[in-house]
Design a protein around this ligand. Sequence first.
Ligand SMILES: CC(C)(COP(=O)(O)OP(=O)(O)OC[C@H]1O[C@@H](n2cnc3c(N)ncnc32)[C@H](O)[C@@H]1OP(=O)(O)O)[C@@H](O)C(=O)NCCC(=O)NCCS
Length: 180
Amino acid sequence: MGVRLAEVTDPVEATALAPPAHKILQDLVSSGAALGWALPPAQGEVRDLLTELVEGVATGESALLVAHDDGTVVGLGYWRRYQRQTHRPHADLERVAVAAGHQGRGIGRALTEGLVASARKAGIEVLTLDARGDNERALALYRTLGFNEYGRLVDFVAVGHLRYDKVFYALDLRRPWPRL
Ligand SMILES: CC(C)(COP(=O)(O)OP(=O)(O)OC[C@H]1O[C@@H](n2cnc3c(N)ncnc32)[C@H](O)[C@@H]1OP(=O)(O)O)[C@@H](O)C(=O)NCCC(=O)NCCS
């Protein structure tokens, strides 16, 4: 069967997704992944996040994409529209995460491409993201999909006593698909 991507739109599905999604995020953050958590998130936090994302799907507020490999959840990612009134046409791609044992097989690329496509379909004008400056693998992936760096805060991300750059990327979806 292989890897399959699915958009999560049903709250019951979101609840069922919480334990495997939590496991992926917990394992990645425990081994130092740059996902915006210094400590692994609690399962309740992940469940609430997924529920909120799925509630927003119907109104074009958000999108949540999951990758399954032979029925097992191996990755996820989402975008959310900006809350600020003057930023409403735009959204932020907040987290793309692939389980450690499944990385390097094209799943992260497929998830990110799927999220860009769903943002385009939802009429999002600019899709932004930020990443930790040492996350070269993720940054390289985003650049190949047409994201450009528009800013950088030097030594901004604090993980214990360590400091990393926070890098800001954007993809303007009002322009034609950059790879065409
Ligand atoms: C970043 C992440 C989502 C990429 O997912 P993935 O499934 O491993 O990536 P893919 O196999 O789709 O590879 C995508 C690109 O990543 C880069 N890449 C993949 N494996 C790599 C490796 N071993 N070394 C360097 N770059 C690599 C390449 O640019 C690759 O492009 P290609 O398709 O032209 O080869 C994944 O590594 C991850 O979950 N990391 C931890 C969480 C995280 O940092 N998320 C991003 C937050 S901004």
